[in-house]
Design a protein around this ligand. Structure first.
Ligand code: ADP
Length: 248
């Protein structure tokens, strides 16, 4: 059962593009309910790592397991998504001509598993979940607003909300605070730290102040493998990490 082990286990993963190792013997374990930040200079392999977890990129060698039961390397992208791995890309892709409520409704209906069993009871459960997600994302007052007129931060939260409709077990989030105001960053920190525990969250982020505000444990990627791992203080004081960032 995934509740008792790591939610994600990657062992000796390597991926080459035309002979260049974008991921080079990567070992990474994410515990169930953990909020982990992944940092690293440009080209470190952060995006490729996320692509491997979601099945978009197939590694040449290594192991990638979700919980103790699911070998992700035997599964395709839709199958992996259906296991409960959600990914939020940097740019929000909400449906601008629909309301916040309708966006969340659509995010739930897109789940093929519920379509054949849509009953009045299911609709009730769906409305309850939408209310919950509106609460979690701080968008209660915006439920009837068109997504197109939301602020940049609100669009990002709505898209996280759309992922939450499916109750993912692992959420992968790419640069959530890029372009956000200080206040929006604080709100995003609350949202992501509030999610951890209920689900596991992996955040790739460049803003060190933000990483410090949310992460208990940080993984530094460099040249496709883990350079350092620990608290923000530990990794920022690591001479190898300092060297890599100064050299950027
Ligand atoms: P990051 O997200 O940390 O900036 P990436 O995972 O995007 O790093 O890239 C890691 C390395 O792999 C980079 O040197 C990049 O140029 C290379 N790379 C990524 N994807 C491809 C691809 N599809 N083809 C060739 N090279 C790639």
């Amino acid at each position: 059962d995934v509740r008792h082990g790591p939610i994600l286990y990657m062992e000796d993963v390597t991926v080459s593009f035309d002979g260049f190792k974008a991921i080079d013997n990567l070992n990474l374990t994410i515990d169930d309910g953990e909020l982990r930040c992944i940092i690293g200079p440009n080209g470190a392999g952060k995006t490729t790592m996320m692509d491997i977890i979601t099945g978009k990129t197939r590694p040449d060698t290594g192991k990638v397991w979700f919980g103790s039961r699911h070998d992700l390397l035997t599964m395709n992208e839709p199958e992996i998504a259906r296991l409960g791995i959600g990914r939020k890309f940097q740019k929000p892709t909400v449906f601008e001509a629909l309301t916040v409520f309708e966006n969340l409704e659509l995010a739930m209906s897109a789940d093929k598993r519920v379509l054949p069993t849509l009953t009045a009871r299911m609709n009730g459960a769906m409305r309850d979940r939408i209310d919950e997600v509106l609460e979690m994302t701080g968008l209660v007052a915006q439920r009837r607003q068109l997504a197109g007129i939301l602020s940049h931060g609100q669009k990002q939260w709505l898209e996280i909300g759309m992922l939450l409709m499916q109750r993912p077990r692992l959420l992968l989030v790419d640069e959530p605070v890029a372009g956000m105001t200080e206040q929006e960053m604080e709100r995003t920190a609350e949202l992501l730290t509030g999610l951890a525990g209920k689900q596991s969250v992996v955040v790739v982020e460049h803003d060190m102040g933000f990483v410090r505000s949310i992460a208990r444990k940080v993984t530094v990627l460099h040249q496709g493998s883990v350079l350092a791992e620990g608290s923000m203080d530990q990794v920022q004081g690591d001479p190898r990490v300092i060297e890599v960032y100064l050299g950027e």
